[in-house]
Design a protein. Sequence first.
Length: 83
Amino acid sequence: MAHDLVRIECPHRSNPDGTIDSICPRCYTTIGTSTWEYELERLEAEHVCNTIELKFFETLKKKPVASARPAYAVQPGMAQMRG
Ligand SMILES: [Zn+2]
């Protein structure tokens, strides 16, 4: 454990030919394909996210519909409660 403090969990996908793909959950890149899970773990540890693709996916997440809406300001007169 030298620099690998933050471990991301990468989903594995089994292929019909018996190999396993490791997919990065952040940049959706296939990190590696192997029949050996230990090999995939090694590749995952070495994986560096493709920042260009990462930015592409982040722009997709930004929905133009969700426009910035002002938070409702609590008016002092309305917030008073009778008691
Ligand atoms: Zn990645």
